[in-house]
Ligand binder design. Sequence first.
Ligand code: ADP
Ligand code: MG
Length: 431
Amino acid sequence: PPEKAVMRENTMPNTTITRTFVLPQPPSNDNDDAKENVIMGADRIVAFSCPRKTMKANNNVLASQSASVARKLSMGPVRVEAVSEKHGKLGSRILVFVRVRPMNKKEKEAASRCCVRVVNRRDVYLTEFAIENDYLRLNRLRGRHFTFDAAFPDSASQQEVYSTSTSELVEAVLQGRNGSVFCYGATGAGKTYTMLGTVENPGVMVLAIKDLFSKIKQRSCDGNHVVHLSYLEVYNETVRDLLSPGRPLVLREDKQGIVAAGLTQYRAYSTDEVMALLQQGNQNRTTEPTRANETSSRSHAILQVVVEYRVRDAAMNIINRVGKLSLIDLAGSERALATDQRTLRSLEGANINRSLLALSSCINALVEGKKHIPYRNSKLTQLLKDSLGGTCNTVMIANISPSNLSFGETQNTVHWADRAKEIRAKVSDAN
Ligand code: ADP
Ligand code: MG
C-alpha cells in the first residue's frame, strides 16, 4: 500500500535543515492509518526555526498550516518541531458538557425544587428528593457527583457555552478536520436553545459560523476558503432537506463517503444571512401530529458546515482540503433512555427513535474500543460516519432541567453523558 503520510528530512540550499510534513497524495480515505492520525490530528507546532531565530509557534495553529506559513516567510522549508498535545495518537476524542437551563414558569409555579447544582466549573451534584406524599421516605435524600469537561449553570451565556465547547472544533475544521457537536437531552431541556438559540441570543450553530467567518478573515493571506451549509432533518428514518423541503433524500455511498443526493449546499458568504436561514429551516422541521405547533421531539436537525480550501504541500503541489463540522440538535432522549447494549437491543424492535438508539450503540462501540462501529444501523449514524470516531472531534452537550419534576430524565441524561465520557478514558488507557 502507498505511504499515507511521511515525515521527510529535507536539505535545501539557503535554508536550515528542514523537516516537513508530507501529506498523502492523493489523499487517502483510510481514517485508521496511524500516521495520518498523527499528522492530521495530533501535531501542533511548538517551535519552528528559520535561519536566524527560533520562534514559538502560536499554539492554535496546527502543524500543516504553520509549516506552510513558515515556508512562505523563509522562502523555503523550515525546521518544524511538533508535538502531540491533546489529540496525541488518541484518534477519537470526545468532550462532554452539561448545561442546566433556568427553571421555567411552569416549574416555578409548581413550586418544584432544584435538584441540580453546578458545584464548580466541572462538577454537577444531582439530588434525589423524597417523593412528597410518601411519608416514609419524606426526609431521605440521595445525591451523587458527576464530573464533566465543563458544567454550565443556568446563568451561563450562549457565548460561554460556545467558546468552551465548540470554538476549538471550528479551528480544527479550518485545518481540514471533521468534527461533530451534539445536544442531547429530554424534550424541553434546552437543546434547540443551545444549538439555534434566539435572535437576541444566538446559539452554537450561529456562533460557530460567525467565528468561522472571522477566523477565515484573519487568514486572509490565503483567501481561498469556501463555506457551504446544509441543514437537514432525520425524522422517522427519513432524511429531509430543511433548506429546500420536498421529497425525502436518498443516502448514497460514494468515494467521499455517505452523501444525501440532491441536498442543498448553500454557499455562505457572511454570518448575517445564517440566522434567518436556520430559523427558516427550523420552521420546516417535522411537527408531531398530536402537538401541532411544537417542533417534533423525534426529529434530529443536522447543520453541516463544509469548509474547502487549497494548500500547498511540501513539494509545492496544490492540494484541496475539506473540513466538515456537523452540529446536531438531537431528538428528545426521553424515549430512548438505555445506555447498555442489552437494553438497547431489546428496545430496537419497539417504536423508538432508531437513530438515537443507533447513536448510543455507536458510542458504546467506541467506548468499548470495538473495531466495528455500527454506523449503518440508522440514517443519523450513516450521515455522521465521517464525523464521529476515527480522528474526529466530538462534543456532547447534555441539556437538563433543574427541576425535580424532571428528575428521571435528568438522571438518565447525566448517566448517558457520564458514559460517553469513557470513550476518551478507554482510548487513553490504551496508550
Ligand atoms: P428542547 O429543544 O430540548 O426540546 P428548548 O431548547 O426548546 O428545548 O427549550 C425549552 C424552553 O426553554 C424554550 O422556551 C427555551 O427558550 C427555554 N430555554 C432553554 N434553555 C434555556 C436557557 N439556557 N436560557 C433561557 N431559556 C432557555
Ligand atoms: Mg428542540
